[in-house]
Design a protein around this ligand. Structure first.
Ligand code: KIV
Length: 268
């Protein structure tokens, strides 16, 4: 492992240098190697894996063991890119002590460089405690999927002036607590710009406009593997859904016709 991989990069310095951060979700070693080679700045083992891989309707039932299994797989598949692992629902909200124990397990058992957690001022003491114990933290504000039952749907957050002010205060509290960066999800672009200007640490947007210091997307969405999912904020960079269906139906046809395997695919 290189020295670079042993530490979380200084993201605030990257912001000062005007570098925009490229983050993608990743859940397995094979994709991790491809994304590392493509030069992504940060990989996020998001608890969205509970929806994307496990077919659940929310992130709420993702477990710590699930996150550790996928986090370790992603770290094993990479040699350069820093890896951030989401702390799942109820692994950090019950008490600061539990948060330290669980985040510490994630860091130690996966070899990742940071954890991500949802929430603002309420979570600031937890962020401070984790950072003080050597566990770098990325915050997550706006539409925080672990609060979906409070929001009642995947809606843009912070549209009113008081709500926007509260989000800004949350972001400042996370920065003061020592967070390395803040993900802003489904936030109006002007509010995201205001928060980005106010913070010394980078904001990483998803559905938060172009003023953020970086962007994150769910890999399977941007590769077109999740065909029914077409939110406003998504741009697809490939159409792998149709490509997979086409490849599988050609394979099925060839097996059924007896064209595969051919002579060259066997052994003497
Ligand atoms: O779990 C996840 O994939 C996330 C991103 C959408 C930011 O938190």
């Amino acid at each position: 492992m290189t020295e670079f991989r042993l530490s979380m990069p200084n993201l605030a310095a990257r912001k000062r240098d005007g570098e925009r951060l490229v983050m993608l979700t990743c859940y397995d070693a094979l994709f991790a190697g491809l994304l590392d080679a493509a030069g992504v700045d940060l990989l996020l083992v998001g608890d969205s894996l509970n929806e994307v891989l496990a077919g659940r309707s929310s992130t709420l039932s993702a477990t710590l063991d699930q996150m550790i299994y996928h986090g370790a797989s992603v770290v094993r598949g990479t040699s350069r890119v820093p890896v951030v692992v989401d702390l799942p629902f109820l692994s950090y909200q019950v008490s600061v002590v539990e948060a330290i124990r669980n985040a510490g397990r994630v860091l130690a058992e996966t070899g990742c460089q940071a954890v991500k957690l949802e929430g603002g001022r309420t979570m600031a003491p937890t962020v401070e405690a984790l950072v003080a114990r050597g566990i770098p933290v990325i915050g997550h504000l706006g539409l925080t999927p672990q609060h979906i039952n409070r929001f009642g749907g995947y809606r843009v957050q912070g549209r009113s002036v008081p709500d926007g002010d509260r989000l800004l205060e949350d972001a400042l509290a996370l920065e003061a607590a020592g967070a390395s960066a803040v993900v802003l999800e489904l936030v109006p672009r002007q509010l995201a710009a205001r928060i980005t200007t106010a913070l010394g640490i980078p904001t990483i947007g998803i559905g938060a406009g172009s003023a953020c210091d970086g962007q994150v997307l769910v890999l399977h969405d941007m590769l077109g593997l999740n065909e029914g999912f077409n939110p406003t904020f998504l741009r697809r960079y490939a159409e792998l859904g149709p490509a997979v269906r086409d490849a599988v139906s050609r394979y099925a046809d060839e097996v059924r016709r007896g064209d595969f395997p051919g002579d060259q695919h066997g052994f003497d």
